[in-house]
Design a protein around this ligand. Structure first.
Ligand SMILES: [Zn+2]
Length: 141
């Protein structure tokens, strides 16, 4: 077999040639305050956080889907239950780290990855908007 062909086959295994990406948008409401921060977010206050979940897959199932949007939304809702209408600083996950939008994005990414990732589908990014103009994202580069 010519070397170029072996290389071609190898790269096909390693690199996806095409990718589909899904995104859902949802939200939760909660209160927090930021320690070691001098500004408005130092005081107890609340946000209606908008959450964007991105899912990537290389293949479609028999129905032509990466993942059923309904299932993606249901799994995300389950994960958000732990945060919705809570005082985030009281949760064990945020006793020793601030419930900043950055840390919330990583928290959600870790939990959504655990419940949604399969051999063919993975959570690729989670974005958390704390206002209409301010957003933090977490992903694995
Ligand atoms: Zn805040």
């Amino acid at each position: 077999m010519p070397a170029w062909k072996r290389v071609g086959e190898l790269s096909k295994e390693v690199l996806a040639e095409e990718m589909y990406e899904l995104k859902i948008i949802t939200q939760f409401s909660a209160a927090h305050r930021l320690e070691n921060f001098y500004g408005k977010c130092e005081a107890l206050h609340g946000h209606n956080w908008k959450v964007e979940v991105y899912l990537q897959g290389e293949r479609l199932d028999e129905a032509g889907l990466v993942k059923d949007f309904g299932e993606l939304k249901a799994r995300t809702r389950e994960v958000l239950e732990a945060l919705d209408h809570k005082y985030l600083n009281d949760l064990p996950e945020f006793r020793h780290q601030n419930p900043s939008s950055e840390n919330l994005a990583r928290y959600l990414f870790d939990r959504l990855t655990a419940t949604l990732n399969t051999n063919s589908v993975r959570v690729s990014r989670v974005s958390v908007w704390e206002s209409d103009t301010s957003c933090a994202s977490y992903f694995l580069p």
